[in-house]
Design a protein around this ligand. Structure first.
Ligand SMILES: [Ca+2]
Ligand SMILES: [Ca+2]
Length: 334
């Protein structure tokens, strides 16, 4: 009898804890399909700091699958970048994200369904935003998945127990985030979000590497996943609400980075003059399509790059990454 009561108690607790929207295909949900017309833009820049294949056994090294460019542009499942245990990705955009009606951006992972129970193999990530590129603020997350025993590397999760963690929905369906939830945060301008940071949830349920949601519950996520593809597999970040008044014109203004000529033909050379250290530059068109450009020459403060065949004609941008700033400069290709 006692056993039955305990079982009933556990069952009712499990039912109560399934309080969030279910997986795509298993009832009303708020997933953003990748072709949804509400998506106005996609991330145009991505910087990844890889995490470990197994944070408890660092001799295995770090995740290595995919490249940063795989997280740029439209969602589509086949091109991904794996973050590894506790790995991070920072996404940037041509125009800042603003707090409009409903969800403001969506994060796409490659989770897939397990049989027919609404469960899916997914890997989760915390999501943070910044309006200055320095100070990041985390969305309050909840994971009601039981954490009394570790989900192994092939474990399945129930989306209805998860809220505000990226990776909740299956591939081609983004997990939405609404900046309204962060509008009272001091130091954050929710109408001018320039950076979105994705942080792999390690997922281990015991020891000092376990991580908690904003309700102080340990997050159970498949662990270990000892492959080069381990950790959160970032596919894309789509923007639903853009701040069309800000962005390009603001970014373009930087007196200490000069570019010439601003009118150029393909296969000609552009020069960027700056005292700053340039880490890399990319060609960027208005559709958010980017091409990394190779440094040909550096003479004192002049960095020279060739505009290659793949660069599109018309008005475009050169995105310049310095040590502490990203600068966009307009160029016209004839
Ligand atoms: Ca909103
Ligand atoms: Ca993980």
């Amino acid at each position: 009898m006692k056993k039955q009561i305990i079982l009933l108690f556990i069952l009712s607790k499990l039912t109560l804890s399934a309080q969030f929207l279910p997986q795509v295909g298993f009832g009303t949900n708020d997933a953003i399909q990748k072709d949804d017309a509400k998506i106005k833009a996609w991330a145009t820049g991505c910087t990844v700091v890889r995490g470990w294949i197994n944070i408890m056994n660092k001799s295995l090294g770090k995740a290595s699958f995919g490249t940063e460019s795989n997280a740029i542009g439209v969602a589509g499942g086949s091109t991904l970048v794996s973050l590894g245990d506790s790995g991070t990705a920072i996404l940037t955009f041509v125009k800042p994200i603003k707090n409009g009606i409903g969800a403001d951006f969506a994060v796409f992972e490659n989770a897939f369904l397990f049989e027919n129970a609404g469960l899916a193999f997914m890997e989760l990530a915390f999501v943070e935003v910044s309006s200055d590129g320095n100070n990041y603020f985390r969305f309050p997350s909840e994971s009601n998945t039981d954490f009394s025993s570790q989900l192994n590397g092939f474990g399945y999760l129930d989306a209805s127990k998860i809220n505000n963690l990226a990776g909740k929905y299956i591939n081609n369906y983004g997990t939405p985030f609404d900046l309204e939830e962060l509008k009272t945060v001091v130091g954050l301008d929710v109408d001018n979000i320039t950076h979105v940071k994705i942080i792999d949830v390690i997922g281990i349920v015991t020891g000092n590497k376990s991580q908690k949601d904003s309700k102080n519950q340990i997050i159970n996520d498949p662990f270990p996943t000892p492959f080069t593809t381990c950790g959160f597999d970032l596919d894309a970040v789509g923007v639903l609400n853009e701040n069309i008044l800000n962005g390009i014109s603001d970014f373009s203004y930087s007196d200490d980075v000069k570019i010439f000529p601003s009118l150029i033909n393909k296969n000609e050379i552009i020069t960027i003059n700056t005292k700053k250290n340039i880490q890399k530059i990319e060609f960027l068109n208005l559709m958010g399509f980017t091409i990394p450009l190779d440094l040909l020459n550096k003479i004192q403060n002049n960095y020279q790059y060739s505009i290659n065949e793949n660069c599109t004609k018309g008005m475009n941008f050169i995105k310049i990454y310095t040590d502490n700033q990203i600068v966009l400069k307009k160029i016209i290709i004839e």
